[in-house]
Design a protein around this ligand. Structure first.
Ligand SMILES: [Zn+2]
Length: 283
């Protein structure tokens, strides 16, 4: 495990005022195994097919996407950044990561908040960054949290912040880090459902297509298997489920068989591949 230095009391981050009117989501569902995940996914796909058939009979109205409840930095007790994040243009791609943290079976909100603090400590104290690198974090219990400072402010303006999550691509991408390591295991259903909802919200907000905008870290940085071979193989299903939430024609949800990519997996806690490159400013 990664040892973080003892910190007597965490200095509070800026106040929690969120620019967004976020709709509280239902409490995270209990974690389910892989078979449950697949069964649920199949049920969702079946439902989407029925809705699709009904929609053929009339013009399709814009479907409202429910925003996830995003816990603010103040709520998870973030440290202030050593320098404020820069707000940049809207992202054109949404990057799915695994955090290369343990696959914890603690699905509580308290654990989710601790996860965000641990990740921030790693990024600031070990990597020497000004703040946590990714824009959003999702725990295995399905709790969605703001990552880098000013992220919710930027999203509220349909913009983005300069993050540190995908080397040389930080100027045009938004990163979602998912708790766990998915080289062989799949995320629990609670995380999966929140990831679908979060990506649908972002695609809707930024006017992005689920079929082209959602990518894995390895699609840009070929020296990592992030988000893990197992989760990467599920990206077609992820795009399909997000498209269904958006009311768009869902691409075929065929997933690749989980196989070893031969790409490097995590070597240390939190190592999910290059997050900063020569083309990026100091994070
Ligand atoms: Zn990654």
């Amino acid at each position: 495990m990664h040892d973080t230095p003892a910190r007597p009391s965490r200095q509070k981050d800026t106040p929690p005022e969120s620019p967004l009117h976020l709709t509280p989501r239902t409490p995270a569902s209990p974690a389910l195994g892989r078979r449950d995940l697949i069964t649920r996914a199949a049920a969702i796909a079946g439902g989407a097919a029925l809705i699709g058939a009904a929609d053929l009979a009339r013009p399709r109205p814009a479907r409202a996407v429910t925003a996830p409840r995003v816990y603010t930095r103040a709520e998870w007790d973030a440290r202030p950044p050593t320098s404020p994040a820069t707000i940049i243009k809207a992202p054109d791609h949404l990057i799915v990561h695994h955090m290369a943290f343990p696959n914890s079976t603690d699905y509580s909100l308290a654990h989710a908040f601790q996860l965000s603090r641990d990740c921030q400590d790693l990024h600031m104290d070990d990597n020497g960054w000004s703040d946590t690198g990714q824009q959003l974090t999702i725990s295995r219990g399905g709790f969605v949290m703001e990552g880098r400072n000013r992220t919710l402010e930027a999203i509220g303006q349909r913009k983005n912040v300069f993050g540190a999550q995908c080397a040389n691509e930080n100027g045009h991408t938004l990163g979602v880090e998912n708790e766990g390591t998915y080289t062989t295991e799949l995320p629990p259903a609670a995380l999966w459902d929140s990831l679908v909802q979060t990506l649908a919200w972002l695609c809707d907000l930024y006017g992005l297509s689920a079929s082209t905008a959602i990518v894995g870290h390895r699609d840009y940085n070929s020296t990592t298997q992030c988000p893990g071979d197992a989760l990467y193989a599920q990206l077609p299903r992820l795009r399909s489920e997000v498209a269904a939430q958006l009311g768009a024609a869902a691409p075929a949800a065929r997933t690749a068989a989980v196989r070893r990519s031969g790409l490097p997996g995590p070597r240390t806690l939190g190592d999910h591949g290059p997050a900063v490159g020569a083309a990026d400013p100091r994070p």
